[in-house]
Design a protein around this ligand. Sequence first.
Ligand SMILES: [Fe+2]
Length: 462
Amino acid sequence: MPSIYCQPASGIDLGALESLFTEHMPRLAHMRDACAFACDLNASFAISDAQGALLERSALLHDIGYAPALRRFGYHPLDGALFLAERDEHPWVVEGVLRHSQADRKCGMVCGAAEEYALRPPMPDAAWLVRAVTIADWRAAGVGSRVSFARRFQDIAHRNPHNPDKIRRAGIMVSEVRDWFLEWAEEMAENRPLPWVFCDVDNTLIRPGDTLSAENIMAIKAYTAAGGAFSLATGKHPLSIAPLARKLGLTSAQITANGTCLLDQGEVTVLADLGEAAQKLRTALESMGLPIALYRKDGIEAGATWEGSLDDVFDRYGEIRPVRDVQSGPVLKILCITNGADMKRDGELRLLAAELGVDCCRSDRHFLEFLPLSGNKGQAARTVMQNSAWPVLHSLAIGDTENDEPLFALCGGCAAVGNASEEARLGADWTIGHCDAGGVGAFLDHLRTSGGWAGLRSSRVF
Ligand SMILES: [Fe+2]
């Protein structure tokens, strides 16, 4: 990457973006998410402040050409770049917009566009920025929010069910763009040889009812001894996770109660709680006759309809038993026992969560979790890495179901175990071995012995 100094000294007033996208706010949300991902690229790689500012600006503006008022050729990268060039935007920002997501390769499909591209030869010094904007574009969902590369592809496939050619091209492209990131990611290994791995517990590392296998213990210990960082990222209460962390000799912070709190050196730090929504949720769920468990910092409290047989289920999962007495302290999350196959009930409960302004996700076939909007495994992983001054994208997630999705979206890469839900597998960069066949340990061994990121490519099969 060249180190010339290049400050965005001119260009459009970013305050005007809202008025350009009045009728198209999801598009603007996507552009802002791409910009947020570019911020993580800047913070994770050795990008100078000046170049980082240009990257963020390019990512924010990359789809400005979709604004109806800017339409000329009907080809958004070109329309956006022409508009920005006329407003004295920095040439690298114009270049990032003009060529993002291989726009110059596809311009032949639009009348007159190829001639315009021919007038504007590529800028070799800005090639890295074009790639970085493209990576950011492919980690920002089409309708806002951050996603894994694989989930972005799934979104495109879902939105274009009758356009198999578009789906095929998107599939080729996501593999290529992911590989750009993976090659670049090797730079992050200069000081820290292996990525920080955040690993779900139930059905990923341990099958409920089993104990941690000797192979997985050895693999995790070897991984951390080789300079990798490893954290458990679980829905379980910190009191249940403490013995596991000790057994594995982990000195890192563990993500517990689905990201609402951390367990670090035996201390529990609360990151988020349900606030006033907790009581309203409790009332609503209990009036439906549903068994619930309220997670607080010091323990788990059983709801009114909790049955003794459910204690056995918790025992099998290695979770501490809920107590019948009223506990004190804020409610971090509420776990509701409800069968995932009952789609009608599932839909009702998700609607209830939306009405109360909380998140809702499934952590198991029988467990539906209500979480604060600011409490999930992804946000907690960010906090853990930032507390250790670790580059946020120098990280890998391993999981099996819906509550791992925010972790998949946050980390540099993500893997689903072979027994994961179909949705989780479709949203992961790789599918690794099954939970009960030591999939996690084998993946860690592969990372350790093949140089971390250097051993990962889109085509890699586990
Ligand atoms: Fe985009």
